[in-house]
Design a protein around this ligand. Structure first.
Ligand SMILES: [Ca+2]
Ligand SMILES: [Ca+2]
Length: 312
């Protein structure tokens, strides 16, 4: 009996050694990691340019990743676009509550292709775009008036009621609390400073640098803006944090996750547990740092009063 156990233990030990020898860590880990970092940085920098397809395929070949497949749609997509959709206008969309939050998804043609794939889309509507209504700027006789604070190609900026009626999927969220009018107007004016078309001293982005995934934009930044951050900033100024960080928002359901996964799998090819731990740490930090449409939708301070879902 004892002999048998020793034999089993020995066999297990041999298997363990064999398994750990199967893929060895690079001799010079730091040099290898620096190489992966440089290659990865060069590859993501091409996203949305003519060089992307070749660069992504090159990374896949070198590191055994599947970026070309994961980003097939994004590889040739322009970085910024302003295309419309063929859907009928949402004429029943309400524009009635100061501070109401508007979320949309399901369509192409929003400011940046990056927001489309960074945003997790785990809930119906696939929402990734957002804006907040300043009712004092809304004009029922001129639906094209700049009345919603959001982000545009220059950074913070305005959209109109008409822009929102033309979204494919959209919902409207009203505050569930009694809004202090003066405080809300003051918060909206503070954000007007950045939305002002003449204020161009900022950029659009989730990352400082186009797709530098290691420089996530802080919500408090005045230099980098994305649409849902503009909504967050207005309410932060008011005194409410609309970033729910809800665990119901599944960040593994986003293009950002695909990029992060490819990077860490390449960097730690010799240890899947090390790669998984690094990915989990990155996503936890991203969840905290950025504010996505679905996180706002699940905010306990807001409630859905309107929704139109017309496409997957
Ligand atoms: Ca107002
Ligand atoms: Ca968040």
């Amino acid at each position: 009996m004892k002999k048998c156990m020793i034999a089993v233990t020995l066999a297990a030990a041999v298997m363990l050694v064999a398994a750990s020898c199967a893929v060895e860590a690079p001799v010079d880990e730091l040099a290898y990691e620096a190489q992966v970092d440089a290659d990865f940085e060069a590859v993501v920098a091409t996203l949305g340019t003519a060089d992307a397809a070749r660069a992504f395929a090159g990374f896949d070949e070198k590191y055994g990743t599947s970026l070309s497949v994961d980003f097939a749609e994004q590889l040739s997509a322009p970085r910024f676009s302003s295309g419309g959709t063929n859907y009928a206008e949402l004429l029943d969309m309400p524009f009635a509550v100061d501070g109401a939050v508007y979320l949309s998804g399901g369509g192409e043609g929003l400011v940046s292709s990056v927001i489309g794939w960074v945003a997790p889309k785990s809930l119906p509507g696939g929402y990734y775009h957002g804006a907040v209504l300043d009712l004092d700027k809304f004009d029922p006789n001129n639906l094209e008036a700049a009345s919603l604070q959001t982000a545009i190609a220059k950074g913070a900026g305005y959209e109109s009621a008409y822009d929102w009626q033309r979204q494919v999927n959209a919902c409207v969220l009203d505050p569930v609390f009694t809004v202090n009018r003066a405080r809300l107007n003051s918060a909206q004016s503070a954000i007007d400073y950045y939305c002002d078309p003449d204020n161009t001293d900022m950029s659009y982005g989730f990352f400082e640098g186009y797709v530098n995934i290691f420089n996530l934009v802080e919500k408090e930044s005045n230099d980098w803006w994305y649409c849902t951050k503009t909504v967050w900033r207005m309410y932060d100024r008011y005194g409410i944090d609309v970033d729910s960080n809800s665990p119901r928002v599944d960040f593994s359901d986003s293009g950002l996750y695909s990029l992060v996964k490819a990077y860490y799998n390449a960097r730690y090819f010799y240890s899947s547990s090390k790669a998984k731990a690094a990915m989990a740490a990155y996503i936890a930090d991203a969840r905290d740092t950025i504010v996505m449409a679905e996180e706002i939708m699940l905010s306990p301070y807001l409630t859905k009063v309107y929704e139109a879902i017309r496409a997957e």
